[in-house]
Design a protein around this ligand. Structure first.
Ligand SMILES: Cc1ncc(COP(=O)(O)O)c(C=O)c1O
Length: 422
């Protein structure tokens, strides 16, 4: 997805050559001409040549790059103390209480870790001990992380591998797959996958879904469709894990969490990315009985999870979202921009669908080649976005929640111009 192809760039700049020597085959860079960046401020990234790029892709710096409240909180706490979670520190409890205030009251235990992958890995283990089953249902182009267990449920990162025996894949919840009744069709697919797992002797441990289906191409509506699928998983004896690594922390505007848009209460919620606005932190929240059951079987410890510096960063993020009214802003700005994109689609039929919620956009184009040209054309015009979907046909954009009208207009203008030129 929007991946730099070294074979197409024989005139390799020195830093790129060093990168490829150091990272080897694991080097993945964005854009046909990779960008060397040196600084960030607000919605902007500044390249080494001084050029400013409007960052409409980065879902980590959700409050904008280098937000002073987060930078100051991290600096202050790291100058005072950082230590692992086997000591009492008041700031960590204050953070968890503030985090829990955003979640359904039943999910009253939380475990802090360092990455979304770890959070999902733990969620799978908690689900397995609660249900005594191993089977997991995921969508066709889902991504849930990079540990061995979560790579097994991340079809979007498989190059050659097929689904492991305990995993069933269902189509992404879209009208293309299920017609008008996305909720019913998706739930029926989940029920069928669960029956297949039971038939194969794995049982159903969990349905796990990124609640905005971002790597599947951003499938946001109609809001509510997830409830039937979660009910189908429950009916088959499994849990519902809401992966909020992408849509969480007010991004969708309509709700603080993606699952809340669907009126569904998950058994387990995982989160990460914007949680620390750049400070690496992630978490899993669940019901006390589920966590207790898991802890009867396994001890849990994370050296860096629940450290006071992460808690300070996380608290600054929650405070800033509330103080700056960022959820309402995301809703209003997202609605305004989607209306603008819908106007563009009315003129240019190659923009096939405008999806998303709040400041999470999925703009489906006629094909992946066109998406690639538009992404690189927008980069030339100083606006950064990316791709998603089964073939990379959908433009994926997640500007900071602080996006101003002028920045939003720049984003829409660059899209219109790049699409016209592509
Ligand atoms: C939906 C989703 N879940 C989990 C992850 C894994 O998070 P991390 O990269 O922090 O391990 C990602 C990362 O892109 C993600 O998009």
């Amino acid at each position: 997805m929007n991946v730099f192809d070294a074979a197409a760039r024989p005139d390799e700049p020195a830093l790129l050559a060093r990168r490829r020597r150091n990272f080897g085959a694991a080097s993945v860079l964005f854009f046909e001409a990779p960008l060397e960046v040196m600084r960030g401020e607000g919605a902007w990234m500044i390249a080494v040549d001084g050029r400013r790029y409007l960052d409409c892709y980065n879902n980590v710096l959700s409050l904008g790059h280098c937000h002073p409240a987060v930078a100051e909180a991290v600096a202050r706490q790291s100058a005072a103390l950082t230590v692992n979670s086997r000591y009492l520190t008041e700031g960590v409890e204050r953070y968890l209480e503030a985090l829990k205030a955003t979640l359904p009251p039943a999910l009253s235990n939380a475990v802090l870790v360092c990455s979304g992958s770890e959070a999902n890995d733990l969620a799978l283990r908690v689900a397995a001990s609660a249900t005594g089953a191993r089977g997991v249902i995921v969508t066709e182009a889902a991504y849930h992380g990079n540990t061995s267990a979560v790579a097994d449920i991340s079809p979007s990162s498989w190059r050659r591998a097929r689904a492991p025996a305990h995993v069933r894949i269902v189509p992404a919840p879209s009208p293309a797959a299920f017609g008008e009744d996305v909720a019913g069709g998706f739930a029926a697919a989940v029920a069928e996958a669960a029956a297949s797992l039971h038939g194969a002797g794995f049982g159903l441990s969990a349905l796990i879904a990124d609640t905005i289906f971002s790597s599947d191409g951003v499938h946001s509506g109609p809001a509510g469709f997830l409830a039937e699928a979660a009910a189908a998983a429950h009916a088959a004896g499994g849990l519902f894990i809401a992966d909020e690594v992408q849509p969480g922390f007010a991004r969708t505007g309509e709700a603080f969490w993606g699952f809340a848009r669907h009126g569904v209460e998950p058994d387990i919620v995982t989160m990460g990315k914007p949680m620390g606005n750049g400070f690496p932190m992630a978490g899993m929240a669940t019901r006390p009985d589920l966590l207790a059951r898991y802890c009867e079987e396994f001890g849990f410890f994370s050296t860096f999870g629940a450290n006071p510096v992460a808690a300070a960063a996380g608290l600054a993020v929650l405070d800033t979202i509330a103080l700056e009214g960022l959820q309402a802003r995301a809703e209003a700005q997202g609605r305004r921009l989607r209306a603008r994109f819908t106007e563009i689609a009315a003129v240019d039929g190659r923009l096939v669908a405008v999806r998303g919620a709040g400041l999470f956009f999925g703009l489906e184009l006629a094909d992946a080649g066109l998406a690639r040209r538009v992404i690189n054309g927008m980069r030339e015009r100083g606006v950064l976005i990316g791709a998603a979907g089964r073939t990379g046909e959908t433009l994926k954009a997640r500007p900071p929640l602080t996006l101003t009208d002028a920045e939003g207009d720049l984003f829409a203008g660059a899209l219109e111009a790049a699409l016209a030129a592509a």
